[in-house]
Write a protein that binds this ligand. Structure first.
Ligand SMILES: [Zn+2]
Length: 125
């Protein structure tokens, strides 16, 4: 399965106050996840190749890049969803709430930029 963009209804909560909104996210299929992780692997090799050209620093940068690469590749492969945008207001101050999380894993916890309260976001039933 390739990737598909889905829109879900979400609810933001702060104690007893609730607002409703929508979230748009990409859901990666197995092929898309493999393709993304191969791209990241290619970028890691490219970075290691560029670091090889830096005299002196290449003794540290190349092994460091090659050590970190498997973790970055694994993290990219395990990312099944990516949030594109969310439209929801803060339940306390009613200003637009920015959702900075990258993965759609509920519950999401976001800090409101206006009132600095921690807001819990769940998928609406
Ligand atoms: Zn707020």
């Amino acid at each position: 399965m390739a990737s598909e963009v889905l829109t879900h209804n979400i609810v933001a909560r702060y104690s007893e106050e609730i607002t409703k909104g929508t979230i748009e996210s990409v859901h990666f299929g197995e092929q898309a996840r493999l393709k993304r992780s191969l791209k990241v692997a290619a970028v890691c090799l490219l970075v290691a190749g560029v670091c090889l050209c830096i005299p002196g620093a290449h003794f540290v940068l190349v092994p460091l890049t090659l050590l970190v690469s498997p973790f970055v590749i694994y993290k990219t492969h395990s990312q099944a969803t990516k949030i594109l945008k969310a439209e929801i207001a803060c339940p306390k101050c009613h200003k637009p709430l920015s959702v900075l999380s990258s993965q759609e894993k509920y519950p999401l916890f976001e800090n409101c930029g206006a009132c600095h309260r921690e807001i819990r976001i769940d998928r609406a039933a």
